[in-house]
Ligand binder design. Structure first.
Ligand SMILES: [Ca+2]
Ligand SMILES: [Ca+2]
Ligand SMILES: [Ca+2]
Ligand SMILES: [Ca+2]
Length: 800
């Protein structure tokens, strides 16, 4: 009901404990947790740190979209605290470098007034070596760490960051080693001058495969990074870093307990937009409550007074401050986590300056094919009219921004629907003045002030199927809608607040939303006559931004598809699984056939049948017979017959993300990439003979035949991976270019009607060469190992 999800999640997370969804296989896949900085200006070359797990043997970095190239420079092993000799060496270097900096500042006449006791500490001899510890035989190398690069070029504040990170006890305590973020990779990102600004995704490839994607933003503004230490009132005796000139993007990272003060020049009369991107760079954290970096922002004037504060932007967790600057001077923006958490993946970007920013638009959409504009409100907008692309191609929910390439606004979200649209006409508060509408229709309306209600009347027949759908929160409106439908005698026949689809702990359709606030009704009208549909905000809120689109009409059976994960890795010629999720809408229950669209040569999809009524299926992809060297983008689409008409829908690539130890979300990615890597054994080519589902009688058996063109695999055994405990494999034979095995149902677990894909893991036996066995006469002559899964075999359990 309310948006106070984090508290609820806190309780649930404590009850549920960590979700153990990590298989042994997943643990050995490269995972990226963050990239810092998480963006760059077009026309610039920047070095970024990509942090994560299992990133050793990194071979490449990939950024989606046009005009961005990434080159891997170096992998850093997980860092430990310094040992005694390293610590003494760093203390010695720090003493030398600080003296050099102080001398240089004195020469420039800018000597800082550093308290004597601090200078005393800086000039101290390194810690003495314990008497029983042997001296190192050669020069001591400092460990490889991004912060320890180019020590000679660091100023006093940067040196203090090094000292805090590696030498100061109170800061060492703050370092919380986290296995998921222990690896770091230094990557150079080259953004061409004509690269389109916007959201990108960065992935790393290693010898073990392709990582998940993380957001990376291309901007058109100059970019800088925070310089620690920058907590308020911290190290005030050190020379300040120069304030930033606007407009700019400032990048930062919040470590445990960290508070960042970012200094910038502002001028009287500026309409300052402070747009913090934190959660947008990592929408869900699996192991934190709340399940994302909840950034808060405070603005301080030149006198040190806090003049603005934001912990969110309406329902969006990322704060936005709009501020008219009253006097010239150096202002400070403070960024921290709401409850002072922090970690390397608490990465943020702040867009700061007199830049265009759309706060809201109306209407929130238009009819397909119409020439349409929305009225845009906000700050520094070049125009109040936002053109909407309503072309028949493309998704129903789209985005548009205002402005030229250097100063492009944030995108506004809108909706395109083939139904005719009407605007609401006030006053329409209740039954007496309810606005008359003809079905089917999309109404563009707004809950313009607190406690407003909007009523619409239409006539219906007994038994008529009617769907009422509100699109508001999904389109960026703060409205938390509630709808109720009443009959002629004012009796409420149906009502709804939030329409949330949930399969156990999975939210298949929320994307990155934190609260599914939009309402939905589907019913048969009980009698013929006039009906009144009333819409309001469930908490009585209202403003010019509380807009909505309201669809009323017959059900529109349809489906949407997404596939997880969006990064696939396989040895060449082998098989990898992916899950296709089907979101069935308004009564569509039929079979959906999933296929590769314009497949690159060599890729074969198996098991692309989502049985009637099923919400997901594991399909497999068999890889190319050569190694392309680069990840290959694939597109999938699904086909079905709806009302006798063929319908094709794209399969949206997505990541299955866990939030706050429990809930799972399918978060769309920009592309589905498959990375084919060399294999020790070469391609293993197995193709099920039949495309159609294999019928398996209850209590009986069925034979599955697979062709093995090309190299014959020494398969000696198989086991069922999916559906476990429902089907078993009893017989297995391999001859010429054919493999056959027998499938049978397991007890009562498989009933007639059960359908899906049989996923089988194969095991091969290899002769161990004399060379390998040398020195160990007891070593077995053969070795058995998994060759991974075989292509999916569709099946259906039938009556005997
Ligand atoms: Ca920081
Ligand atoms: Ca800080
Ligand atoms: Ca209204
Ligand atoms: Ca609601």
């Amino acid at each position: 009901m309310s948006a106070r999800i984090p508290k609820l999640l806190l309780v649930l997370a404590l009850l549920a404990g960590p979700a153990a969804r990590c298989s042994a296989q997943q643990r050995w896949e490269p995972r990226v947790g963050y990239v810092y900085p998480a963006g760059a200006q077009r026309g610039s070359t920047v070095e970024v740190i990509v942090g994560g797990q299992v990133l050793q043997d990194v071979t490449g970095a990939y950024v989606s979209g046009e005009g961005v190239r990434a080159v891997v420079i170096k992998h850093y092993r997980p860092d430990d605290n310094l040992d005694g000799d390293e610590r003494r060496e760093l203390q010695r270097r720090m003493r030398e470098l600080r003296e050099r900096q102080l001398a240089e500042l004195a020469r420039q006449g800018r000597a800082p007034s550093i308290p004597d006791w601090i200078l005393g500490q800086w000039r101290q001899d390194p810690d003495p070596r314990p008497p029983n510890e042997p001296a190192p035989t050669g020069p001591v190398e400092l460990p490889q760490h991004p912060l320890l690069r180019d020590l000679e070029r660091k100023d006093l504040r940067q040196l203090q960051e090094v000292a805090n990170t590696f030498l100061e006890w109170q800061y060492l305590q703050r370092r919380q080693p986290n296995a998921q973020l222990s690896d770091m990779v230094l990557v150079t990102v080259i953004v061409s001058a004509d690269a389109p600004p916007g959201e990108r995704e960065l992935r790393l490839a290693t010898a073990l495969g392709l990582s998940n994607p993380v957001p990376f933003q291309v901007s058109s503004l100059p970019e800088t990074r925070e310089q620690e230490p920058n907590d308020p009132e911290e190290y005030t005796y050190l020379p300040e870093t120069a304030p930033v000139y606007l407009p700019a993007v400032i990048n930062g990272q919040i470590l445990p307990g960290d508070v960042d003060r970012l200094r910038f020049h502002a001028k009287r009369g500026q309409h300052l937009v402070i747009d913090v991107r934190a959660r947008r760079l990592a929408p869900f954290l699996a192991d934190a409550v709340p399940g994302w970096f909840q950034a808060v922002a405070g603005l301080y004037d030149p006198g040190g007074r806090r003049v603005a504060y934001a912990d969110d932007n309406a329902f969006r967790p990322d704060p936005v401050i709009l501020y008219e600057v009253p006097t010239d001077g150096v202002y400070e923006l403070e960024i921290r986590d709401a409850i002072y958490r922090g970690r390397q993946d608490f990465v943020y970007r702040v867009v700061l300056g007199e830049v265009p920013f759309i706060t809201d638009i109306f209407p929130l959409g238009a009819q397909t094919g119409a020439r349409a504009f929305a009225n845009a409100r906000g700050w520094n907008l070049p125009s109040g009219q936002l053109p909407l692309d309503t072309g028949p191609e493309g998704p129903a929910v789209r985005q548009a921004a205002l402005g030229e390439s250097r100063f492009t606004s944030n995108p506004a979200t809108y909706h395109v629907d083939p139904l005719p649209c009407v605007r609401e006409v006030e006053p329409n508060d209740g039954r007496q003045n309810a606005q008359r509408i003809a079905l089917p229709v999309v109404v563009d309306g707004c809950i313009g002030r607190p406690d407003e209600t909007d009523a619409f009347q239409f006539s219906g027949r007994a038994g008529q199927e009617v769907v009422v759908e509100v699109l508001a929160r999904r389109l960026g409106s703060p409205l938390d809608s509630v709808v109720w439908l009443s009959d002629m005698s004012a009796r409420v026949v149906a009502w709804n607040d939030d329409h949330m689809i949930r399969e156990a702990i999975l939210h298949p359709d929320m994307g990155t939303l934190t609260h599914h606030a939009d309402s939905y009704l589907s019913l048969r009208l009980p009698q013929s006559g006039n009906y009144v549909l009333t819409l309001a905000d469930v908490q009585g809120a209202g403003s010019e931004a509380h807009s909505y689109r309201l669809r009323i009409g017959p059900p529109r059976p349809d489906f949407a598809l997404c596939a997880t994960p969006s990064s696939l890795s396989m040895p060449y010629g082998r098989v990898v699984p992916l899950t296709v999720h089907a979101l069935r809408k308004e009564g569509f229950d039929g079979e959906i056939r999933v296929a590769l669209a314009d497949p690159p040569a060599g890729f074969v999809l198996s098991g692309g049948i989502i049985p009637p009524g099923s919400t997901h299926v594991t399909i497999t992809l068999t890889g190319a017979m050569e190694v392309p060297g680069q990840p290959v983008a694939l597109r999938l689409e699904g086909r079905a017959a709806i009302g006798g008409q063929p319908v094709t829908r794209p399969v949206v690539p997505a990541e299955d993300m866990t939030q706050a130890f429990l809930w799972r979300h399918l978060v769309p990615s920009q592309e589905l990439l498959v990375y084919v890597r060399p294999s020790q054994w070469g391609p293993i080519s197995i193709v099920p003979e039949a495309d159609e589902p294999v019928p398996i009688p209850v209590g009986g058996t069925a034979t599955v035949r697979c062709k093995t063109p090309g190299w014959r695999v020494p398969i000696v055994g198989m086991q069922v991976v999916e559906p476990k405990e429902k089907l078993t494999i009893s017989g297995f034979a391999s001859a010429a270019d054919l493999i056959t095995f027998t499938v049978q149902t397991e007890g009562d677990a498989a009933q007639a009607g059960l359908a899906g894909n049989l996923i089988v893991e194969g095991f091969a036996e290899w002769e161990v060469s004399d060379e390998e066995r040398k020195g160990n006469p007891d070593a077995p002559a053969t070795r058995r190992s998994s060759i991974g899964i075989l292509p999916a075999v569709p099946f259906t359990v039938v009556e005997p």
